[in-house]
Design a protein around this ligand. Structure first.
Ligand SMILES: *Cc1c(COP(=O)(O)O)cnc(C)c1O
Length: 344
């Protein structure tokens, strides 16, 4: 691996971050806040939130088994994805390499930041080959994007291949584990000490049922987290979001129950879809959604929209010709989808 100093953009490495009013005092019990030009009325929303989300990180640390200094919290994982570009990639010069197909935001953020995005196609089993990915890299490749379980394909990537990339790439490897709560595979977040070049992404948007509050996590070395904290907006996670996330952390058992239920429903739904005449292939899934190849994705999609049922048409994505991506819903939602598909 190159040193972090070699990988981080020069202007970011030498950046003097904004020092917020709430950052400047510490250690004392503060009672009277006349430092941040806030309004003293309208509690508790009148106060700026904790810029480093200390209480929330303490809870996340316990649940995820990652030390607080290795946690970054953002406005969804999407903030962390954008930060990866802003921290590591020099616009118009550096490039990143990613598997294809995968989560669309990696490419969108590359385009926004004017960073070349190199795609390496998965094979017909939606797996990748580490050597192929590494061959696509050159000296200006700063980041490799991996997503496991992958979106939109639904499957876990092979662990040995991910490890091979981690061992052999000179830059940053992002492993997006947005769906890992649904998977039996061992997560990579417990291995951030072994891999100083790895950033693991998690989110409250999927298994935790909190997409509305916007809370994403990045786990990485303390050095990388410090740079992220320097570049992020000072108050990037709102007080209501921090409070709701803390509440969610207390309902861990409920989340586990949701996951069990969704996995049972996934099995039922996949088996039933496989029997439909419109179905050509159901792809294996390690997530709360699955990909299905059908006879005519566009017209089935349109038909379902007419019935008020929305699935994701992934037909125009490479290797996903005529594929619909179906998210597992409640039992009654899934039943409604199945009966609509039976009538098609
Ligand atoms: C849904 C999803 C996310 C979550 O993004 P948030 O901004 O945290 O809601 C991240 N990565 C992948 C691959 C996803 O599918």
């Amino acid at each position: 691996m190159k040193t972090l100093k070699e990988l981080v953009r020069k202007n970011i490495w030498s950046l003097a971050p904004y020092s917020s009013a709430r950052n400047e005092y510490s250690g004392k019990v503060a009672r009277v806040f006349l430092d941040a030009n806030e309004n003293p009325y309208n509690k508790p929303l009148n106060r700026y939130p904790d810029p480093l989300q200390t209480d929330l990180k303490a809870e996340i640390s316990k649940i995820k088994g990652v030390a607080e200094e290795n946690i970054f919290l953002g406005n969804g994982s999407d903030e962390a994805i954008d930060l990866v570009y802003r921290v590591f990639c020099e616009p118009g010069k550096d490039n990143v390499v990613a598997i294809e197909p995968t989560y669309g935001m990696y490419k969108v953020c590359a385009d926004i930041n004017d960073v070349e995005y190199r795609k390496v196609l998965l094979n017909d089993r939606y797996q990748f080959n580490a050597d192929e990915l590494l061959e696509a890299c050159d000296d200006s490749t700063k980041v490799i994007w991996l997503c496991s379980p992958n979106n939109p394909t639904g499957n876990n990537l092979l662990r040995e291949e991910i490890e091979k990339v981690l061992h052999n790439f000179h830059g940053i490897v992002v492993v997006d584990e947005a769906y890992s709560d649904f998977s039996a595979a061992k997560t990579f977040r417990s291995e951030i000490r072994q891999y100083p070049n790895m950033i693991v992404l998690n989110t409250l948007s999927k298994a935790w049922g909190c997409a509305a509050i916007r809370l994403g996590m990045a786990f990485a070395s303390e050095e990388i987290i410090k740079i992220f904290n320097k570049v992020k907006y000072p108050y990037n996670v709102s007080l209501p979001t921090q409070q709701h996330a803390l509440e969610a952390m207390k309902r861990k058992f409920e989340v586990e129950e949701w996951i069990r239920r969704l996995l049972d429903e996934r099995t039922r739904l996949m088996q039933a879809v496989a029997l439909l005449p419109i179905c050509e292939k159901v792809y294996p899934s390690d997530a709360n959604f699955f990909l299905v190849k059908v006879t005519d994705a566009q017209s089935i999609y349109n038909y379902l929209v007419e019935k008020g049922i929305i699935v994701r048409n992934r037909s125009r994505i490479e290797l996903c010709n005529n594929c619909l991506r179906i998210t597992v819903g409640t039992k009654s939602e899934n039943t409604e989808l199945l009966s609509a598909l039976r009538q098609y």
